[in-house]
Design a binder for this molecule. Structure first.
Ligand SMILES: [Zn+2]
Length: 221
């Protein structure tokens, strides 16, 4: 991992895959990610949060953004849709179960297990519902971009009865089985790892919220 100082940006290199984390940005501290194939002029943007200037600067600096993926429908992940579309002309893809997005903003839907190519870099789509019905995570080499499904310290917020069970099932089935060294790159906040998330999840199993709880959960409380 290397860190550059001129913007809120972190860069991860994994073989030919380069992942640029842009954030925190905006009032909710959102992170966007640009996945690049370093041997080809090809890139993919994940999420379109405020702030427009640093996000567009990062897109321009990286170049080659051909595809945009939104992790889920929440508006803090779509705030710069117009500007990003204008700058890139790239199609916007979302999970095939996602709701609440105007159809005219969707250029394609991604099934669980689908593979998105960025040059020679393969990105695997993982359907991880719970925070929203169509939330997706994106696995790139030894990293996974988790949107608002898994953060450092706990699962993403849930909004209705049963959703906490759903998001925990997603985390258990799709994220925690990844190799323990996998870097977790979340939609808000600092990174974690699958190993840390496993430890946190184990602690939570010993002190769970009561059935039917939803809202903000931390692994340790
Ligand atoms: Zn969200």
């Amino acid at each position: 991992m290397t860190t550059t100082a001129r913007a809120p940006i972190e860069v991860y290199e994994d073989g030919e895959a380069r992942i640029v984390k842009v954030g925190p940005m905006g009032p909710y501290g959102n992170n966007a990610y640009i996945v690049r194939d370093t041997s080809a002029h090809a890139g993919l943007l994940i999420d379109m949060p405020l702030e427009e200037a640093p996000l567009l600067a990062a897109i321009t600096a990286e170049g080659g953004v051909q595809t945009i993926v939104a992790s889920h429908w929440h508006l803090d992940h779509w705030a710069t849709y117009d500007a990003v579309r204008a700058a890139t002309g790239a199609p916007v893809l979302v999970g095939d179960a996602e709701i609440n997005i105007p159809e005219e903003r969707i250029d394609g839907r991604l099934r669980d297990g689908a593979e998105v190519r960025v040059g020679g870099v393969r990105i695997e789509v993982l359907h991880t519902p719970g925070h929203t019905p169509g939330s997706i995570s994106l696995r790139v080499g030894q990293a996974v971009i988790t949107g608002d499904t898994l953060f450092n310290g706990g699962p993403g917020r849930t909004f209705d009865f049963g959703d906490l069970e759903t998001i925990l099932a997603s985390i258990d089935a799709r994220l925690l089985p990844l190799p323990p060294g996998t870097v977790v790159l979340p939609g808000h906040g600092v990174n974690t790892s699958i190993a840390e998330a496993r430890t946190g999840r184990d602690a939570y199993r010993r002190h769970p919220r009561p059935p039917g709880f939803f809202g903000d959960v931390e692994w340790r409380r």
